[in-house]
Design a protein around this ligand. Structure first.
Ligand code: TYD
Ligand code: MG
Length: 448
């Protein structure tokens, strides 16, 4: 079959088609397909590669390079690995450049480090380093946006750690499209990755998040790199979370917690304290949840407000929790615990701008809702966790022991937990109450 002379590529998702289409067949975006020259590679044949028996491959523990920022190391799974390519994404202004400059400065005292800045001039980077008060003795700086020149510098300098800030500013002379386009971003990332692997450089690639919430050229980079970190946080608060969503060298969903200060990012030693609202006295509609972020237990206050609805369709709104789970939870509460909220607006919020995806948040949310509806505060120093099933059962959450220990450490005195999460031994200072059904938990609240 004759090779086509050109193909059509979607600028949004990178899907390809043989003919032009008004709407991308993959992501459905309109007007994003554009023509590109098809690659004409002759089919090459070479000597066959020979596989080895998996059992005979010697697996060694990889050596980790500490970045000097323990919170970042935690997210990376214990530090950097030679040749590791890490994509760090986030909204503009969230602190990506600051974080990486701090890490490089800490690393630069012992290792050769290179900071490639395509967004800021050398002076701006130097100024920032001075403001951060970090030593930059061993850090090389390159203000460059042309990929081939960046690769040349990496080749010549051979740094152990390098940062490219950001991938959207880079452009390769082999492509016609503009910097930041999917083709450019993909090509530049692929070439940088190839170099990092060959040279054993641990490379950070900064990527801005587009308004749709995906790193530009959505997903096209995530599969190229080893590790994907997202830098998130409420712009109105100083707290910043670094989350691993993909990691070939460690666990995902690890969380690093930082605070943005006037001297850069500082690690937050006790993140649980951050997500607990301090109330003078107990208030209705609040219940503390012991959740899990990666391997780290985290205490978060869940707030609920239940108020008479003034529209025919009562509102169900969540911030930081899943909207659909709230609707489900309200149905379960009604059916299995006799709590009716048909004529009530229900709002549920996870304090501190944290996002909770796990179903173990159900029980705490349910208790907060009941507390708000009945206008009865949950007496202080109590926490809860557990998944609520459609049959009204309370299901266990993973690593209940760790959650309870974290709660005890922070001075909590009582915990309502699923039966299967009952600790084997006593946890000093913590009274653990087990429940099997959601109505049991609701009744318990009444008797407290
Ligand atoms: P930056 O690292 O430039 O964000 P990104 O690279 O993700 O776009 O962070 C910029 C913001 O951080 C800016 O709004 C100012 C603030 N900031 C501080 O509050 N303290 C500091 O010491 C620094 C360097 C920045
Ligand atoms: Mg920046």
């Amino acid at each position: 079959m004759a090779k086509p002379k050109s193909i059509f590529v979607c600028a949004e998702c990178g899907a390809t088609a043989l003919k032009w289409m008004g709407m991308c067949p993959s992501c459905g975006e309109a007007g994003t397909m554009s023509e590109q020259a098809a690659e004409r590679g002759a089919r090459a044949s070479g000597p066959a590669a020979s596989p080895v028996a998996l059992a005979e491959v010697e697996a060694r523990e990889v050596e980790r390079l500490a970045t000097g920022l323990p919170e970042l190391d935690r997210v990376l799974g214990g530090g950097l690995v030679a040749g590791q390519v890490t994509l760090i994404g986030g909204d503009p202004g969230i602190g990506k450049s600051t974080l990486l400059l701090q890490a490089l400065a800490a690393l630069g005292s012992e290792r050769k480090a290179l900071y490639v800045s395509g967004e800021e001039s050398a002076e701006q980077v130097a100024l920032r380093a001075r403001r951060l008060g970090v030593g930059t003795a061993g850090v090389g700086l390159l203000a460059e946006i042309q990929l081939e020149r960046v690769l040349g510098a990496l080749q010549a300098e051979r740094p152990e750690v390098a940062v490219v800030d950001s991938i959207q500013t880079l452009w390769s002379e082999t492509l016609q499209s503009a910097p930041g386009s999917v083709a450019q971003v993909r090509e530049c990332a692929a070439q940088l990755t190839r170099h990092a692997k060959k040279a054993g450089t641990a490379l950070f690639i900064v990527g801005h998040v587009t308004k749709e919430g995906a790193i530009a050229g959505p997903r096209v980079l995530e599969h190229i790199v080893d590790t994907v970190l997202y830098f998130e946080g409420d712009p109105h608060s100083a707290f910043r979370l670094v989350r691993a969503v993909k990691n070939r060298f460690g666990a995902v969903n690890e969380l690093g917690v930082f605070a943005m200060t006037d001297a850069g990012l500082r690690a937050v030693a006790n993140p649980s304290a951050l997500f607990l609202q301090r109330h003078e006295k107990d208030v209705a509609g609040s219940c503390v949840l012991a959740t899990l972020e990666g391997t780290r237990p985290l205490l978060v206050e869940i707030q609920a407000l239940v108020d008479a609805a003034h529209a025919p369709n009562p509102r169900r709104l969540t911030v930081g929790l899943e909207q659909n789970r709230l609707a489900m939870l309200l149905a379960v509460l009604h059916r299995h615990a006799g709590i009716a909220t048909m004529d009530q607006d229900v709002f549920v919020n996870a304090v501190g701008g944290v996002r909770i995806g796990e179903p173990a948040a159900d029980l705490a949310a349910a208790l907060a809702i009941v507390s708000s509806l009945t206008d009865r505060p949950i007496p202080g120093k109590l926490l809860a966790f557990g998944e609520v099933g459609l049959a009204g059962e309370v299901r266990p959450a993973p690593r209940g022991q760790d959650r309870l220990k974290e709660a005890a450490k922070l001075g909590f005195e009582r915990a309502i937990v699923p039966k299967a999460n009952a600790p084997k031994g006593r946890i000093a200072g913590l009274e653990v109450i087990v429940v099997e059904r959601v109505d049991q938990a609701v009744r318990l609240l009444r008797d407290l």
